[in-house]
Design a protein around this ligand. Structure first.
Ligand SMILES: [Zn+2]
Ligand SMILES: [Zn+2]
Length: 418
């Protein structure tokens, strides 16, 4: 029997783990500057929560969720995204009563049973933010600027910010009617999938990658032309704030979301490096979701981002810093007693915060030095019989190849100084 990782899952191997940590650390650092607090929610929830929040007629709920019955015959689902759980936690723990504006961030695995040919992972990692409690366009601008800032902090080039407003429950119906009529009138120009979308969730037609459909949508009524005074003003303010901060953006009427609780500002940050799968961050307002899930009427905005994708772009643009995981010292003992002393020294050095290791394979001195080289050790401490008698070891500098004798008692001090 040969076991392999399941399709759509991936091991993060030691050579890549430091890069992953680099990504997480940098993002956390920035989120802390912006005063966002971390939240961690369970990996599985009641199925109903996701159906309600993501929407029954979305691809995610229809085809992609990992849903199962537990021993108690409850229907549970591995989270396919982060927002639903966080809003659930926000309501459950009355976070809005403790503080009128809640700024949260999360990291975590998400699960979707995507078709394997798309090369997408079924267990993937996202980070994201949710700001719950303010309708002020100032918040929209902060969240968007934060998204831009994070990607810029990695030194990414070719970033583009796309921006739209999708209105509110007062002004959207008029657009929806006009849009549905537009599509119905030329239904034969759309692909099969889009014809189905027209019945279920017409705005999803904007997601279609089919050239025919993109062409057919060219003169479609755009939501921006249907915004009422309040939404228009909100969007104007968002843009003014972005201008003030020198954040460039591209207005994109195709940036829509099909579900009713999404409102007003939507945005995406894309990287030209990625080709078709180029979205690094997607976000927007969801002023009606908290009440949809049983909480008090509370406006909110957030974004989510895939870490695997960011990893890919950083790799392509060679933006990972060279890691410095060198050993401060490698201890090379040449016999039984020497090993025992080596282990003791190892413990002392580590207690002082030095990164070190020892040969555990009883190799010859030559092989040990080779190993030290492979580990990029700065120094090697050789402990042989002679050295042991004298109470001294031989400390070899791996760069200059210089060697000197050093008393074991002074070793810690010496290495800390170096
Ligand atoms: Zn409106
Ligand atoms: Zn189509």
């Amino acid at each position: 029997m040969k076991y392999t990782a399941l399709q759509g899952t991936k091991d993060l191997l030691p050579e890549d783990a430091p890069k992953w940590r680099y990504i997480e650390d940098k993002i956390r650092e920035i989120l802390s500057l912006y005063n966002y607090k971390e939240i961690r929610t369970p990996v599985f929830e009641q199925t109903e929560l996701f159906k309600r929040s993501i929407g029954d007629d979305t691809d995610i709920v229809q085809k992609e969720m990992y849903t199962f019955q537990d021993q108690g015959k409850r229907s549970l689902t591995l989270r396919p995204e982060g927002t639903a759980s966080i809003v659930r936690a926000f309501i459950e723990h009355n976070l809005g009563e403790k503080s009128p504006l809640v700024k949260l961030f999360y990291f975590g695995q998400m699960f979707r049973q995507e078709r394997p040919q798309k090369g997408r992972l079924r267990e993937f990692n996202q980070y994201g933010v949710e700001v719950i409690g303010s309708l002020d366009p100032l918040v929209d601008a902060e969240v968007i600027e934060l998204g831009v800032r994070i990607n810029k902090a990695f030194g990414l080039e070719g970033l583009k910010l796309y921006l739209n407003s999708i209105g509110c429950k007062d002004c959207r119906p008029a657009h929806r009617d006009a849009f549905n009529k537009f599509v119905k009138d030329k239904i034969e120009k759309f692909c099969q999938d889009c014809q189905l979308r027209l019945l279920r969730n017409p705005l999803r037609i904007f997601d279609c990658k089919n050239e025919k459909c993109i062409e057919a949508l060219k003169d479609a009524p755009m939501i921006l032309d249907f915004l009422d005074a309040k939404c228009k003003n909100h969007f104007k303010k968002v843009r003014e704030y972005l201008d003030q901060m020198g954040i460039e953006y591209i207005l994109d009427g195709r940036l829509v979301r099909g579900l009713d609780y999404y409102t007003r500002t939507t945005f995406e940050i894309k990287s030209e490096a990625l080709g078709a799968q180029d979205t690094l961050i997607g976000g927007g307002r969801y002023d009606l979701l908290v009440s949809e899930l049983g909480g008090k009427d509370t406006p909110a905005i957030g974004f989510a981002a895939g870490i695997e994708r960011l990893f890919l772009v950083l790799e392509m643009q060679k933006k990972f810093p060279l890691e410095d995981e060198r050993l401060d010292v490698f201890i090379a003992p040449l016999g039984e007693k020497e090993k025992s002393l080596g282990l003791k020294l190892l413990k002392d050095l580590r207690e002082k915060g030095l990164r070190c290791d020892l040969d555990f394979l009883e190799r010859s001195l030559k092989s040990q030095l080779k190993e030290a080289d492979r580990q990029k050790a700065k120094k090697v401490l050789i402990i042989g019989e002679d050295e042991l008698k004298k109470g001294k070891g031989t400390l070899r500098d791996m760069e200059t190849k210089e060697q000197k004798e050093i008393e074991f008692e002074k070793l810690v001090q010496e290495l800390i100084r170096a």
